[in-house]
Design a binder for this molecule. Structure first.
Ligand SMILES: Cc1ncc(COP(=O)(O)O)c(C=O)c1O
Length: 404
């Protein structure tokens, strides 16, 4: 088995399957570090030597490894694992998913250049771009992520970045990443994809033509609802400027958190497969309930177009949404009547969580804006965990009955 390659990401990607990379990627015990587990290097500052001085003089601060806001060995090991999972040259960890997006935008949108943003995305993505871009004179132009022709139609001259979400929060619309990548490329722009819902097991956007991928690692990557983190992955020339913004804006995570993320990543493949299988079963179950008007999950494509786009996914994943008869009032009652599934924000953890987007992630939109974003009254978002599917089904049934 290979030991520490010069670039752990690329070496591991070539040699081993996804589950093996989850377990072993980024760190191998060896003569200088004999522990089987990744060691936590807590030091905020490191011994200065001539190599470090030379690297700093060349502007290569992160490689100089002299100060933990710039980089550090624990972070770098987890970054190698994440790069190996994404099939990317590099990955860069952040203190949150939002921190990752902010650095990505600052690095890849020159002042004045417009940004193309998928219409249905996580509320925080929309808020960040709406607040950040006017300050640098950049327009924000929306497009339908399911339709590459719509991106072409809406194209704003000089746009530098296309921002997409491969499985949209909370409508689970499947984006046409292959089509979006080809329109972005033809127009000389970069495509950056939020693949938080899909996870690198379900979809690796870089393999489909995207330039950069980012995640809220708070979700399935961490997987236990016990940390906040983000990651951006991509080729070195595109990622290094993102890393530089991390250093300058100070959104570098703590090594303790990176270690916890590494621990979660070891079981990523197992967890995501279990969540996805549970979600497929629950989607089918909910689809048969008279009070459920619609079920939104890639395992139940809404039309032929979605069926084709879903072929870009390797797993339908653990996120599903459904629309209840009785609107948001019913959805609210339903969520509060669950006894096992926890009513809480966030997603991707081992425990099933439910939320009503109209009251949570998309509360900033009015009813008409929510409808335009595909969020029907009565929409409930369910992050399916790894519990026994029969217990989850029974809980859903009980809450449907009690909230009627
Ligand atoms: C799809 C998606 N992207 C990004 C984020 C932001 O991540 P974080 O909360 O880690 O900053 C979230 C958070 O809910 C999310 O759901």
């Amino acid at each position: 088995m290979q030991q520490h390659g010069a670039n752990g990401g690329i070496d591991w990607q070539l040699g081993f399957g996804f589950s093996t990379r989850c377990v072993h990627g980024g760190h191998r015990p060896g003569p200088s570090s004999k522990g089987v587990c990744l060691p936590i290097e807590r030091s905020a500052t490191f011994l200065l030597d001539e190599t470090a001085y030379e690297l700093r003089a060349a502007g290569r601060y992160e490689e100089a490894r002299v100060y933990a806001r710039e980089s550090g060995p624990t972070l770098e090991a987890v970054e190698r694992k994440l790069a190996a999972l994404e099939g990317s040259e590099r990955a860069c960890l952040f203190a949150s998913g939002q921190g990752a997006l902010a650095a990505l935008v600052l690095a890849h949108v020159p002042p004045g250049a417009p940004v193309m943003l998928q219409r249905t995305v996580y509320g925080g993505t929309q808020a960040l771009l709406q607040h950040l871009l006017p300050r640098q004179g950049s327009d924000l132009v929306r497009f339908d992520g399911r339709d590459a022709a719509d991106l072409e139609r809406q194209w704003a001259s000089g746009a530098a970045l296309v921002v997409a979400e491969s499985l949209a929060n909370p409508t689970l619309e499947v984006a046409d990443l292959v089509g979006l990548a080809s329109v972005a490329r033809a127009n000389g722009a970069r495509l950056a994809v939020d693949a938080t819902f899909a996870t690198p097991l379900g979809q690796r956007p870089l393999e489909l033509g995207a330039d950069l991928v980012w995640h809220s690692a708070t979700k399935a990557l961490g997987g236990h609802s016990d940390l906040i983190a983000g990651v951006v992955a991509g080729p070195a020339p595109l990622l290094d400027p993102v890393r530089r913004w991390r250093t300058e804006a100070g959104s570098t995570p703590d090594p303790q958190m990176a270690w916890l993320l590494d621990r979660g990543l070891k079981t990523l493949a197992l967890r995501v497969r279990a969540m996805s299988a549970n979600a497929v079963q629950l989607a089918r179950y909910l689809g048969a309930q008279p009070d459920v008007v619609a079920v939104l999950h890639p395992s139940l494509p809404r039309d032929d177009g979605e069926r084709r786009r879903a072929a870009q996914l390797q797993l339908p994943g653990g996120m599903l949404s459904f629309v209840l008869r009785g609107g948001d009032a019913r959805a609210t009652r339903f969520a509060s009547e669950l006894r096992l599934i926890v009513e809480a924000a966030s997603l991707g953890g081992v425990e099933s969580l439910v939320s009503v987007p109209a009251r949570m992630s998309h509360v900033g939109l009015d009813a008409a804006q929510r409808l335009a974003a595909g969020i029907a009254p009565g929409l409930v978002r369910l992050s399916v965990g790894i519990e026994d599917a029969a217990d989850l089904e029974a809980d859903l049934f009980g809450a449907l009955t009690r909230s009627a």
